[in-house]
Ligand binder design. Structure first.
Ligand SMILES: NC(=O)c1ccc[n+]([C@@H]2O[C@H](COP(=O)([O-])OP(=O)(O)OC[C@H]3O[C@@H](n4cnc5c(N)ncnc54)[C@H](OP(=O)(O)O)[C@@H]3O)[C@@H](O)[C@H]2O)c1
Length: 242
């Protein structure tokens, strides 16, 4: 059996990926997010709010079952938030903590426990796919916490891969930029105040011109990475590679 632990599986890209994987009877999915929206015999939901670090620390171990019959174990750190769009100097202090908890701190804890639990498991493919963003490489005004969090996720992934290579575990780690996806996150971006995000009109045009890709189509690209990881250009990679 193949086991996929997917955060943010309740909507958007995470849900599309979970549903596509569940079409194969050899796959089981553990979804981790606040809400549960999938009902399936091979789906298990672990409710967790990533902005509640004490709650996460108390419950995180529940995600990592022994999965004795696993031939493949994959962690997909997909849950993410952009937070309140606004300039540094005009934001609430809690905003930075919130975005970093959801986008970096809990993904790092999940990677840590995934590796502790499974890195030395023999005869089993092991992979971590962190869903990053081009915003981790290119600054956007109004998105400081989001850009910084995705840059951190990229470096976390590169460092973890370096370590796994040195340990010879065979674990593969990727930080994948998924492109522009037609999800609630994009709705929030289009609703931003132009004074707090100068590119807001460009993002409204992307939607109007049909430039956003469906979560289902992006999920197929993520699955291609998981099936053919040699196609990735590097640890930090893009759906354009697939
Ligand atoms: N959409 C884009 O154009 C785009 C572009 C580049 C990168 N990305 C990245 O792609 C990933 C998926 O984004 P998406 O567009 O599919 O977003 P989305 O539709 O807003 O879905 C976000 C997911 O994250 C979960 N989540 C949010 N806050 C959470 C919390 N406090 N605790 C636990 N889970 C939480 C949500 O589940 P609950 O609400 O049930 O908790 C939901 O399932 C994100 O990492 C995002 O940064 C998206």
């Amino acid at each position: 059996m193949n086991y996929y632990i997917i955060t943010g599986a309740s909507r958007g890209l995470g849900k599309a990926l979970a549903e596509a994987l569940l079409e194969d009877e050899n796959n089981c999915v553990v979804g981790v997010s606040r809400n549960s929206t999938i009902t399936h015999a091979r789906y298990r939901h672990q409710p967790l709010d990533f902005s509640d670090i004490a709650g996460v620390e108390h419950n995180l171990h529940k995600v990592f079952a022994p999965f004795e019959d696993a031939q493949k174990l994959v962690l997909v750190n997909n849950a993410g938030v952009i937070g309140e769009i606004g300039y540094v100097g005009q934001s609430k202090n809690e905003h930075f903590e919130f975005v970093f908890d959801v986008n970096v701190i809990v993904p790092a804890m999940l990677m840590n426990l995934f590796l502790q639990s499974y890195q030395h498991r023999p005869n089993c493919k092991k992979m971590i796919v962190n869903i990053s963003s081009g915003a981790g490489q290119r600054a956007k005004d109004g998105w400081a916490a989001y850009c910084a969090s995705k840059a951190a996720l990229d470096m976390l992934s590169q460092t973890a891969q370096l370590e796994q290579d040195q340990l010879g575990t065979g674990v593969q780690v990727f930080s994948l930029s998924p492109g522009l996806i037609d999800t609630e996150m994009q709705e929030q971006i289009r609703a931003a105040d132009a004074g707090q995000f100068s590119s807001v009109e460009q993002f409204r045009d992307y939607k109007a011109q049909g430039a956003l890709v469906s979560p289902e189509d992006v999920a197929q690209k993520v699955m291609k990475l998981m099936e053919e990881p040699h196609l990735a250009s590097a640890v930090v990679c893009s759906v354009r590679d697939f």
